[in-house]
Design a protein around this ligand. Structure first.
Ligand code: MRU
Length: 366
């Protein structure tokens, strides 16, 4: 384990280069919202562990962390064997988010042709570029999503807030500075538009309750936490104007994998004709796959995430308690796939498109 450092500084980003100029600091997302703590990554093993344990999480941030993992590996040993080993270690950390593979491929194709002595500086420079590209991408997603918010608000009575529902955390700690699904929310709020966000708790790891509520609260965006199981009911009652979620992998025909429970929201939204949007960067598209249900690998996580709950105890200490009877068999699929036919549209950095091959191709060259 790398040593932990308590930070009192406001956290702007979930990952940044430390003042030593080579190690990488991350916000430990497993401790939020109760403890704001940073960790330092000094080796490729540290980077891989941070992804596996979900100290860093969210598709684009996983990719950026892996890119820095390669840079850390190159700093120790810039040989071909070290590059291959680091790639192999990092690619196996989490299976569903394709941004991981994209970022690793970027790094490998940049570094492989370079002489050894140039690899470390090139790796750090490219990882830093990926950070800045992610920020610009997310801002653009926000601008495109904001137009949708404006259109939907125009259909409401003046002064009534736009009721937005989201799932999990596709926010600024998963994807830099703006988030993807949250980017239009932040821009709308900053522009003084009336919005209110239904934050779905997102069992079993509760990234909605712990992370999205923390993020939106920190920026003053009006929101209410709800159970996952109440979302169909809220949609049915006309209390939701649109659903907007992130994605971990989108296939060439527009099927979208996202945190488990997304599919149920899409079904409810379709049944009640509520628009259902998926917001993601082009790096989340996996052009090699078509049928998301058959082809996207779904991460199976430890059953303990279901059988136990972690929270803040009365004594102010983070505590884990058992929920299910000891020995209860449990299955923990971490993601599901929403078929393209249930998705109203994609919000990307290049604009809004239909959830189809033609829609994606219109915006993204292969
Ligand atoms: O398991 P996680 O917390 O990494 O899953 C996060 C999500 O499913 C997000 O919605 C997705 O990565 C999109 S983040 C922009």
């Amino acid at each position: 384990m790398p040593p932990a450092a308590k930070s009192s500084a406001p956290i702007q980003r979930p990952l940044w280069l430390a003042v030593d100029g080579w190690s990488v600091q991350i916000l430990d997302q497993t401790r939020l919202p109760h403890v704001v703590k940073t960790l330092r990554l000094r080796t490729v093993d540290d980077a891989a562990r941070a992804i596996v344990t979900m100290e860093v999480r969210g598709a684009p941030l996983i990719g950026v962390t892996a890119a820095y993992g390669i840079a850390l590996a190159m700093r120790r040993d810039a040989s071909d064997a070290s590059l291959a080993a680091a790639y192999d270690q990092l690619i196996h950390t989490r299976p569903t988010a394709v941004n991981l593979r994209w970022a690793l491929d970027q790094m490998r194709s940049l570094l492989q042709p370079l002489p050894k002595e140039k690899r470390t500086s090139a790796a750090y420079a490219r990882a830093a570029e990926l950070v800045e590209e992610d920020v610009a991408t997310n801002r653009a997603i926000g601008e495109h999503g904001l137009k949708i918010f404006h259109d939907l608000l125009a259909r409401k009575k003046s002064g009534e807030p736009l009721q937005v529902m989201t799932h999990c955390n596709a926010g600024r700690i998963a994807t830099l500075d703006w988030g993807t699904a949250t980017a239009p929310m932040y821009l709308a709020h900053a522009a003084g538009l009336p919005i209110h966000v239904w934050v779905s708790e997102t069992r079993p790891r509760n990234q909605g309750a712990a992370l999205t509520a923390w993020e939106l609260g920190g920026r003053g965006v009006p929101h209410t936490l709800v159970t996952d199981s109440s979302c169909g009911h809220l949609i049915q009652r006309g209390l939701v104007d649109l659903v907007i979620v992130g994605a971990d992998r989108v296939t060439a025909r527009g099927d979208a994998a996202n945190k488990i429970g997304t599919y149920l929201k899409a079904l409810a939204a379709r049944a009640h004709r509520v628009p259902f949007y998926v917001a993601f960067p082009g790096t989340t598209i996996d052009w090699t796959l078509r049928d998301g249900l058959a082809e996207i690998p779904i991460e199976q996580r430890n059953a303990r995430e279901l059988t136990h709950l972690t929270g803040l105890a009365g004594n102010g200490r983070p505590t884990e308690v058992r929920l299910a009877p000891e020995g209860t068999p449990a299955r923990n699929d971490a993601f599901d796939v929403t078929p393209a036919r249930l998705i109203t549209g994609f919000i990307t950095e290049r604009g809004v498109c239909r959830a189809s091959t033609a829609g994606l191709r219109r915006l993204f060259a292969r």
